[in-house]
Design a binder for this molecule. Structure first.
Ligand code: THU
Length: 137
């Protein structure tokens, strides 16, 4: 599977646009994500904070949960945009890993410039995945 430069940029642009809708009254650190499934659908997400801080949800997980709740569980690529090209948190990496270690992950900054291209496998080596729950006892 190859993702063209144009496809990457359009996903980054969608994530950056979504980022404007981030609900971040506490951190003032808006994050936007755009996830493309293998079927070609795109789901965006933003971080949604809460006065009870731990109830905050990250942008990446919002995008993934939107996709899964629409019946989509096979992902190709996720773009994550922050002001400074920040990387996905450990919790989001774990949630990405659930749906495939080969998913491409793009980081971009607030100008929409790609700062890193990697995979879930590289972001979370030796991930705990559904296959670890399959035992033959
Ligand atoms: N955040 C995300 O949305 N994704 C990440 O992977 C890292 C952190 C959010 C959570 C919180 O709203 C803000 O960024 C600061 O931590």
């Amino acid at each position: 599977m190859t993702i063209t430069h144009e496809e990457k940029q359009s996903l980054i642009d969608l994530a950056n646009e979504a980022r404007r809708r981030a609900y971040v009254p506490y951190s003032r650190y808006p994050v936007g994500a755009a996830l493309r499934t293998k079927s070609g659908r795109i789901y965006t997400g933003v971080n949604v904070e809460n006065a009870a801080y731990p109830q905050t949800m990250c942008a990446e997980r919002v995008a993934i949960f939107k996709a899964v709740s629409e019946g989509e569980t096979e992902f190709e690529v996720i773009a994550v945009v922050t002001n400074n090209g920040g990387s996905p948190c450990g919790g989001c990496r774990q949630v990405m890993a659930e749906f495939g270690l080969e998913t491409v992950v793009l980081f971009a900054d607030g100008k929409g410039t790609l700062t890193k291209e990697t995979t879930v496998n590289d972001l979370l080596p030796e991930a705990f995945t559904p296959k670890h729950l399959v035992t033959d006892h």
